[in-house]
Write a protein that binds this ligand. Structure first.
Ligand code: PLP
Length: 386
């Protein structure tokens, strides 16, 4: 009797492992990984204390409420300056959805607000997960171009919106992965106005908002009360392993997304939530240290060997968006494989982030500064000559 082969459903059959992670597979032993976007400094002390208190407290460890621990919901509401923090605490709590990382918040919002056949506007270049999440909801991603420095370009956004039928959701990401590009007040206002006129929900992914060198980037909610803002403890608070994220927005928009998140995970893990609440309560110190860490790393990137040197300051995030040398433009993936196999450094080809990334590679500067300096030194010869 032959054993039937089990294949994935039609919805998952197009999914592929992430190029970002795939680049590290098969790398030589002493390779420096400048691929993954993770903060490489210590988990901040408030989170370590909260985790150890959790571990040493006798008694059951329950699931906790679906909507997240009240201490975390309150800390998130306070961080986002929600109305009601000083008045109606219940109203501000309804505007916060606690999730297992920003990734689960994005998943829940896509599932809740994109129907099969609908379109989702995503930035180009942009975080590859948006396209995957659109496909998982049965929708179709349609790209809108960012400006030359990766900034939100309201004209390009409006053009994509106008030219595309059936758009349910449009995703913003600023400061952006992979470019570090930002969004001005004027651009956010214009985009919010265009989305409202078209009846399209805006989802603003702001996980890198607290990872900035200059002025603190604006939030979508600085220009409008509409739309959903997503963030997490992963980048700004240097705690990706806690897997705690959140979405903030109109309670009616969040209600169906909460049901998706409950079906998927029940709730985010309690130790992670306690640690995230502690981090948020200590935001002034924790975020000051994040900026110190970022400055240390960016100064390495700005003093790297000339061909791979950072020549700009991003709006935020910890990525160096490095132009490819001319001779590598025809096959960026082959160039990155050479850099990995001969130079022993993992970087991600910009093509992993959409056609708009074709002329660049993404170098993650989040890790150890010494490894970053060594990695950039190893990369330089591949930018000097073919
Ligand atoms: C733009 C962007 N959004 C969301 C995420 C997911 O973050 P989290 O760790 O909170 O799930 C990432 C992670 O790299 C990211 O770069």
């Amino acid at each position: 009797m032959s054993i039937p082969t089990i294949t994935g459903s039609a919805r998952v059959s197009g999914l592929r492992p992430s190029t970002i992670r795939a680049m590290a597979v098969g790398a030589p032993g002493d390779t420096i990984d400048l691929g993954l976007g993770v903060p490489g400094w210590d988990l901040p002390e408030p989170a370590r204390r909260a985790l150890s208190e959790c571990a040493s407290t006798p008694g059951p460890l329950g699931y906790g409420p679906n909507e997240g621990l009240p201490e975390l919901v309150t800390a998130i509401a306070a961080h986002h300056g929600l109305p009601g923090v000083n008045g109606d605490a219940g109203e501000s709590a309804r505007r916060v959805m606690v999730t297992s990382g920003a990734q689960a918040a994005l998943y829940a919002v896509f599932q809740a607000h994109v129907s099969p056949g609908q379109r989702v506007l995503v930035s180009d270049p942009g975080f590859p997960a948006y396209g995957t999440l659109a496909a998982l909801a049965g929708g179709e991603p349609v790209r809108y171009r960012l400006g030359p420095c990766g900034e939100l370009d309201p004209a390009e956004f409006a053009r994509a919106l106008e030219e595309t039928d059936g758009v349910a959701l449009a995703v913003l990401n600023h400061p952006g992965n992979p470019t570090g590009g930002g969004a001005s007040r004027e651009a956010l206002t214009a985009v919010a106005t265009a989305a409202r006129a078209a009846g399209v929900l805006l989802l603003s992914d702001e996980v890198y908002r607290e990872v900035h060198l200059g002025r603190r980037p604006l939030s979508l909610h600085d220009v409008t009360e509409s739309g959903v803002v997503v963030s997490s403890a992963s980048k700004g608070w240097a705690a990706p392993g806690l897997r705690v994220g959140w979405a903030v927005g109109d309670p009616d928009l969040l209600a169906p997304a909460r049901l998706v998140h409950n079906s998927m995970t029940t709730a985010a893990a309690i130790p992670g939530q306690r640690a995230a609440a502690a981090l948020l309560r200590h935001s002034p110190d924790v975020l000051r240290d994040t900026r110190r860490q970022l400055i240390a790393r960016w100064s390495v990137a700005q003093t790297a060997p000339e061909p791979v040197r950072a020549r700009y300051t991003p709006a935020g995030g910890f990525y160096l968006w490095l132009p490819l040398p001319e001779w590598a433009l025809a096959d960026p993936l082959a160039h990155c494989r050479r850099v990995r196999d001969e130079g022993r450094v993992v970087v991600v080809p910009g093509t992993a982030f959409g056609p708009g990334g074709a002329g660049h590679v993404r170098v993650s500067c989040g890790g150890d500064p010494k490894a970053l300096a060594e990695g950039l030194t190893r990369m330089a010869p591949f930018w000097e000559r073919p």
